[in-house]
Design a protein around this ligand. Structure first.
Ligand code: AMP
Length: 177
């Protein structure tokens, strides 16, 4: 019998660990991890037309407009083979996005299996965001205590580690939260 294709959402504020948990879960259940934040950062880095459009929003900690976000997510989901389930990380973030996602599920005759919400006290979130360093390639998150041996490169994929521009400023962090 074929295993059911799973569709999950992991929600939580910035710094709650939803990326880390989604990746671990996706590996466990053989699903695709889809992070809208990672997709946007990929477009920024690659200087695609979409990347140019969204740069200002991310830097200021604003949400990218719904029409851009929904179109990007829809393209991503439609590019997956029918058999591959996915875990959404960072989407939906607005009511419009949730409604559009519902319509996508209905159109694809699919259903949402589970939503996981991660809750972390706000003060802890700010400290985590200020202290974290991430891999530019695989988005693996490190605390500020990255050991010397791996201070520049990711121990998982050897990508370059960096400080996200939106994790560098307390005001921007407060706005995102
Ligand atoms: P994240 O990596 O989830 O913290 O997202 C980083 C940034 O990408 C956010 O602060 C927003 O600017 C943008 N972003 C990510 N997901 C969404 C979304 N679902 N809707 C609008 N903007 C988003």
């Amino acid at each position: 019998m074929m295993a059911e294709r799973l569709q999950l959402i992991v929600m939580g504020p910035p710094g709650s660990g939803k990326g880390t948990q989604s990746v671990a879960l996706a590996t466990d259940i053989g699903a695709m991890h889809i992070s809208t934040g990672d997709l946007f950062r990929y477009h920024e880095r690659s200087a695609t037309p979409l990347g140019d459009q969204i740069q200002g929003f991310i830097k200021k900690g604003d949400l990218v407009p719904d029409d851009i976000t929904i179109a990007m997510l829809k393209d991503k989901i439609e590019s997956l083979p029918d058999s591959v389930g996915y875990i959404l990380d960072g989407f939906p973030r607005t009511l419009n996005q949730a409604i559009s996602f519902d319509k996508m599920l209905i159109a694809g005759n699919a259903r949402l299996n589970l939503v996981i919400c991660i809750d972390v006290p706000e003060k802890q979130l700010e400290n985590r965001l200020l202290g974290r360093i991430v891999c530019m390639e695989c988005s693996l998150v490190y605390g500020s205590h990255v050991d010397d041996e791996y201070s520049e490169y990711c121990k998982s994929c050897e990508g370059k580690l960096h400080k996200r521009v939106d994790d560098s400023d307390k005001e921007v962090i407060g706005h995102r939260l």
